[in-house]
Design a protein around this ligand. Structure first.
Ligand code: IPD
Ligand code: CA
Ligand code: CA
Length: 266
């Protein structure tokens, strides 16, 4: 894919993420219709509305492309030369409780035998009007409001005792037990530990050098795809806890997102 094509994907990812963010923000102050779709797993009317708006816009521009979306939609094609991996609202629990930490995550990916190669990505935080975006080999930027986009870079923190670590609790009891064991270790060795409640945004913050590491023991492709490219294009890495390449799995994958300089020994 040439640079013009990559930039076109990035542009569409950005435009659709910002438009969906505007919608989520408009619906923010209205009464929410909230459903429990699984164990400790919510979906709101805004998640469905944002996803529908995003996929309609992308389908109109790229009729041959496929989709992998968090919310089920049997009308969306699953295969194509490019797969759009979409989390219409990442941080739904926060959103449903009016905690202003959530984002829209959109990635255009090349399907591969063992997963996806993100080509272009956008993550938008509508409450702060912060737009993170990247295209493969072109770097990553953060645009705040109407200001000019600025290149993002991971932090230079290289000692665990100075590191601000972020993580999230998974829904399952066994994963929570594992995370508690990690926290017991890291809490005493690090500067501090944050739980943010939106994996994609926390990873974008690693890309922007705001936090040094993010850990999650069960992420789905739509939580990871866009942020993976942002982090890589900002000089960081997304791996398993042992530092190996992530294993794409719609059922869930373990991710350690880092600035590439820290040895956490976990
Ligand atoms: C969740 C958030 C949360 C993470 C969960 C995700 P959702 O996504 O990213 O931070 O801990 O694993 O499922 O449900 O809000 O889109
Ligand atoms: Ca998510
Ligand atoms: Ca979601």
């Amino acid at each position: 894919m040439n640079i013009d094509e990559l930039n076109q994907l990035r542009q569409v990812a950005c435009e659709t993420a910002v438009a969906a963010g505007k919608l989520a923000r408009e619906m923010w102050s209205q009464p929410r219709h909230i459903q429990q779709k699984g164990f400790r797993d919510l979906v709101t009317d805004a998640d469905f509305a944002a996803q529908h708006q995003i996929t309609q816009t992308i389908r109109a521009k790229f009729p041959t492309h496929g989709f992998l979306t968090e919310e089920e939609d049997s009308e969306l094609p699953e295969s194509g030369p490019v797969i759009w991996i979409i989390d219409p609202i990442d941080g739904t629990t926060n959103y449903s409780r009016n905690v202003p930490e959530f984002c829209i995550s959109i990635a255009a990916c090349m399907p591969q035998a063992e997963g996806y190669q993100p080509l272009a990505a956008a993550i938008y935080d509508p409450m702060r009007q912060e737009l993170f975006s990247a295209a493969k080999g072109q770097g990553a930027t953060l645009q705040i409001g109407d200001a000019s986009p600025r290149a993002t870079a991971v932090s230079t923190v290289d000692s665990t005792e100075n590191a601000v670590l972020a993580l999230d609790w998974s829904s399952s009891a066994d994963k929570r037990t594992s995370i508690l064991e990690l926290v017991a270790e890291l809490m005493h060795n690090s500067f501090t530990v944050r739980a943010i409640g939106t994996a994609a945004l926390a990873m974008a913050w690693v890309a922007a050098g705001r936090v040094d590491t993010y850990i999650n023991l069960r992420l789905r492709p739509w939580d990871v795809a866009a942020a993976l490219l942002l982090v890589q294009e900002s000089g960081g890495a997304v791996t398993t806890l042992k530092g190996n390449p992530i294993v794409w799995d719609v059922a869930g994958m373990t991710c350690l997102v880092s600035n590439g300089r820290l040895q956490l020994n976990i």
